[in-house]
Design a binder for this molecule. Sequence first.
Ligand SMILES: Nc1nc2c(ncn2[C@@H]2O[C@H](COP(=O)(O)OP(=O)(O)OP(=O)(O)O)[C@@H](O)[C@H]2O)c(=O)[nH]1
Ligand SMILES: [Mg+2]
Length: 462
Amino acid sequence: MIPDETIAAIATPLGEGGLAVIRLSGENAFAIADKCFLPVGKSSCKPSAAPTHTIQFGKIMRGSEVIDEVLLAVFRAPRTFTREDTVEISCHGGLLPAKLVLDTVLKNGARLAEPGEFTKRAFLNGRIDLAQAEAVADLIHSRTELALIAANEQLAGKLSQRVNKLRDDLMLTMAHVEAHIDFPDEDIAPDTKNDLLQRLETGIVFMDELLRTADEGQILRRGIRAAIIGRPNAGKSSLLNQLLGRDRAIVSPIAGTTRDTIEETANIRGLPVIFIDTAGLRESRDEIEIEGIRRSRESLAQAELILHVLDASEPLTDADKNYFTEFAGKKTIFIRNKTDLPVRLELNSEFRIQNSESRSVDVCCTSGQGIEVLKDAIKNMVWAGEIKAEMLQVAINSRHQDALRRARIATREATDALRADATLELVAMDLRIAANAVGEIVGKTTTEDLLDSIFSSFCIGK
Ligand SMILES: Nc1nc2c(ncn2[C@@H]2O[C@H](COP(=O)(O)OP(=O)(O)OP(=O)(O)O)[C@@H](O)[C@H]2O)c(=O)[nH]1
Ligand SMILES: [Mg+2]
């Protein structure tokens, strides 16, 4: 990436809509906009002459040909998202106007932006740190309000503040240790040593606190995969429809109705849950059904939560029991469906023992009875306790988790070495590793590969 290149991209989704926005950022943003924007009316002027944070009305021209009538917003560095001169052109929605406006600015000297390049520039120019840049992507991808709140907190720097404090503490301790390296004849006084150890222990406790938010962070960002399983005709598809609140899957009294796996996301008590309706796992000779069952097994392997639907109007069958053993290790909710019919199924201790992390809920998928209780059960199963505002402030992602784990190991090694009176060089080295790992979270220590892997997952134009 050459930083002084001016980049451009369509910032709105491709497709037909009321408006589309083309974004330009870089040293020549105004000069390029000047070449193709014709101001209309007395109060409008050329972008280069316009005051910052104003909107100009005019036309985008290709030679003497009018491409579109637009509103053009002017933002002068450094008070912009990228901290560079920025122009945003709002044209008519629809693929063609947006594409032609983009083509025109590209012909006039801009380069097509890579995915996430605007945000990358915001990071490289010091407008936001790396955790905040990731929050921008989280915000765009958030599927529930809770996820949105968490992304906003991270964007506001709540996680970064804590991480920076942790890094500062590690650096300070390292400086102390290094100061003693320069005077090899003087040992660290016992009091000072205890002090340093105490500080590092506090750091480790803090890392553990952050690490404990990883599961929740993952849930908010990626959602929970919940597989609906059970023998044919138990009411799996009926349950999916109830949870989604609409008729998504085909329901019929014929066993083996669902043949393909169906995935749909729903908002369950603020958490994004991806429900997977599966084909009933049974011995089948039908080629299509066999493939359906194979896919069911595949998605079952990835599911964090199993919703096992049982037909309450029939006694437990061997097929049901086979499921119990097969999924004994997974978090499971046993759902007794068809409770409107005479109940002939007892959930005895037989399988509860096999599956410690389980509970059961009674529902009727034809009337919807028990579905709200089930939703609570799903939430409680995957998210321990209340959803606290504090948790939303820091819920870390898997990259942060990886960095913190490395930092924790190095800090632990540093304390061990310090206690064992190992050479101080070793202690200092471990502390540097720890501080660097923590620094990766906010981007104080980065590599080009790391940046590429983060920003390449962004949308174009962001
Ligand atoms: N009485 C009663 N019938 C139900 C209930 N839930 C589902 N059914 C009926 O049970 C039959 C099977 O329902 P489905 O939802 O298709 O069952 P499934 O588990 O998806 O079946 P497959 O896709 O074939 O594996 C249908 O006739 C439903 O109307 C219920 O709560 N009470
Ligand atoms: Mg079905």
